[in-house]
Design a protein. Structure first.
Length: 430
């Protein structure tokens, strides 16, 4: 990990001084973690007065400087099997893509060269880079199709097992090429779920016609019922008015009794619907308890639309909304960011959230914290005495400052041990 403190790693006790608990009353506190759990939270200065000091060799100390302590951030939509593969594109010798299908073919050509060891190495690097940013749980889709077989999912499952001490990776078996058009895919997804994949994926819009798209959805729900697994599905991805599968997804969710167990990614086409149709679909999504994960990077190339669905209408209806990285340094994305603070700030502008209560600050915060964790199915443990000592310390004193200045210092603590830290020091020189 980056810049680990030798005094922190392996220390049986960790003391965080002069901190503010996110969601609390803002009063500075000290927080003590012992043997992996929070053992004390008291007014700032009082724990140190009881004999736990920086001079205590058995205790690591973080001076938060009045900054926030919050549960680790969550990333609800990624493709860890593809990350850091963009630099391999020149090896293919293919011309620049002219359209969507060219990009799809380039992805097929790239992943045909993936190996399990290669996927493991790149995805573990991604886990480490995310941990440095304070992310503690990641939802990752692994392509499963006739091109890559089970290589990607096996690589991610190995990474999940190897990294589980410091990162929670939730793996989705994702049939990139379809479940009808690719006749082997359903069998491969079933094999992945039997091997330990956490969720059933899908991309029904990638099928050749409406009948095949609805059949794709039916297969997803059949697999979910068979394995007792939640669903993590890409649906109505593009800002294309002909993509109309979100409403059938909501209907099937209700019919299957899977309210609260379905996450839908991208959902860009919802933005193109007429307002009356959109209002009907949004209400159905809220009734189905579907969480909607939008990707602000979809803003690229979507004119005249924004490419970020209808988050304000979804929030007003009571639906869960969050944001995801999507792709990162691969065939689809060149200039991505892992930092959840930067992504939340970007989303505040793009969604846009300024008109929401409190100028949308709490909404932006939830996009990378509570809402993201619920979308993944991994709610955070509260920052209370007796709970696991998993948290992030930010040098910013409140959510506004954290979102404004995302590059500031932060410490990621897992089980009472500093997993990673990034110290930013600024000294003006004129």
């Amino acid at each position: 990990m980056a810049s680990e403190s030798s005094r922190a790693v392996g220390a049986p006790r960790l003391l965080v001084v002069n901190a503010r608990i996110d969601g609390g009353d803002g009063a500075p506190v000290d927080l003590l973690a012992s043997d992996g759990r929070i053992t004390a939270i008291a007014a700032s200065g009082t724990i140190a007065a009881d004999g736990v000091t920086a001079a205590d060799g058995a205790t690591a100390v973080i001076d938060a400087g009045g900054g926030l302590v919050t549960p680790p951030f969550a990333e609800p939509h990624t493709h860890p099997d593809k990350v850091y593969s963009r630099d391999r594109i020149p090896e293919l010798g293919s011309p620049p893509p002219r359209n969507r299908e060219d990009r799809m073919q380039r992805q097929r050509d790239l992943k045909a060269r993936f190996t399990r060891a290669d996927v493991e190495a790149r995805s573990e690097r991604f886990m480490r880079d995310c941990a440095i940013e304070g992310i503690g749980v990641i939802a990752g889709q692994a392509d499963i199709d006739s091109v890559t077989g089970l290589v990607s999912v096996e690589g991610l499952l190995a990474t999940r097992d190897r990294c589980r001490e410091w990162m929670d990776l939730v793996v989705t078996a994702f049939p990139q090429e379809g479940l009808v058009a690719d006749r082997r895919a359903a069998e491969l997804v079933a094999a992945a779920l039997a091997a330990g994949a956490d969720r059933v994926g899908g991309w029904p819009n990638n099928e050749p016609d409406d009948e095949a798209r609805l059949e794709h959805l039916r297969i997803v729900f059949e697999l979910a019922e068979r394995f007792g697994a939640p669903i993590d599905i890409n649906v109505d991805y593009f800002t294309d008015p002909t993509e109309r599968l979100l409403e059938p997804l909501a209907e099937m969710t209700i019919a299957a009794g899977m309210q609260g167990r379905v996450n839908a990614n991208h959902v860009g086409a919802l933005e193109t619907y007429d307002d009356d149709t959109a209002a009907r679909v949004v209400e159905r999504v809220a009734e189905a308890g579907i969480s909607i994960t939008v990707c602000p990077t979809n803003l690229a190339g979507t004119r005249p639309y924004r490419g970020v669905s209808r988050p304000l209408e979804l929030l007003a209806a009571g639906a869960e909304v969050t944001i995801g990285i999507g792709n990162y340094e691969d065939n689809w994305e060149y200039l991505g960011t892992i930092d959840p603070m930067e992504r939340a700030r970007f989303a505040w502008h793009a969604l846009p959230l300024a008109g929401r209560p409190g100028e949308g600050i709490d909404d932006a915060w939830r996009l990378v914290t509570d809402a993201a964790r619920r979308a993944i199915g991994r709610p955070a443990t509260p920052l209370e005495v007796g709970e696991r000592a998993d948290f992030v310390v930010l040098s910013a004193p409140d959510r506004v400052q954290a979102l404004r200045n995302e590059a500031a210092s932060r410490w990621h603590v897992r089980g009472g041990t500093v997993l990673a830290q990034r110290i930013v020091e600024t000294e003006p020189v004129f």
